[in-house]
Ligand binder design. Structure first.
Ligand code: FE
Length: 220
């Protein structure tokens, strides 16, 4: 724990986040947060000069305002709201270190990396990458299909059909998500450690969709 942060803080914040995300749907449930936490710890151990406690709390709190974003139909941004909520939770649970709480809040605020809200600290870059890693690999495939199912998208279509379709339409698909967003994601990662971890995950996804296409065509 950083100087001045009580030793029981982690457990209290952990329970708060677990409760907050209790009814969150599959793609962004508490299990996603725990995978991001593991990814973040793994990236942090490969990067020099980062505050590992800030990384851990940032990862734990990064999606804490997902339920509010969902309830607002996407009008509220979970990163912006999550930054305020994180600060409040850390204070309420007795963090007692305003500098640390502000640092963690900033990690949450920038973890989405939209517009000018760039992750500006090593810790923020690690949590951003840790979150993106969960969109790649086997979990990347699983989450893409889960999301497609939730929005009523189709199970599979060809590359041409996928690229011609609109997001959130019945012709949307997990394959479209892969082609449009996930395939290029490794190029947007911010740390060397995450880029190395992403390479194997990206290769697995490529093989999965190649196989899916081959089965669709009756080639295997
Ligand atoms: Fe997330």
């Amino acid at each position: 724990m950083p100087a001045g942060v009580p030793s029981g803080l982690w457990d209290r914040v952990y329970e708060r986040v677990k409760t907050e995300l209790g009814s969150a749907p599959g793609c962004h449930d508490f299990a996603h947060t725990l995978r991001v936490l593991k990814n973040a710890e793994r990236i942090a151990s490969g990067e020099t000069g980062c505050d590992r406690d800030a990384v851990r709390f940032g990862a734990l709190l990064h999606d804490v305002a997902r339920p509010e974003e969902l309830a607002s139909g996407g009008k509220l941004c979970h990163a912006m709201l999550g930054a305020e909520k994180s600060l409040r939770i850390l204070r309420e649970e007795g963090c007692g270190n305003e500098e640390f709480a502000a640092h963690v809040s900033e990690i949450v605020r920038t973890h989405r990396y939209r517009g000018s809200l760039k992750p500006a600290t090593p810790e923020a870059r690690i949590v951003y990458d840790a979150d993106k890693l969960d969109s790649l690999g086997a979990f990347g495939v699983a989450r893409a299909f889960h999301f497609a199912g939730r929005i009523g998208a189709c199970l599979h279509n060809t590359e041409a059909e996928a690229l011609a379709s609109e997001s959130y339409s019945s012709q949307d698909s997990a394959y479209r998500e892969y082609l449009v967003k996930l395939r290029g994601l490794p190029d947007h990662l911010l740390t060397d450690t995450a880029r190395k971890l992403a390479a194997g995950r990206a290769e697995f996804m490529r093989m999965f969709f190649d196989r899916l296409n081959a089965e669709q065509e009756g080639l295997v």
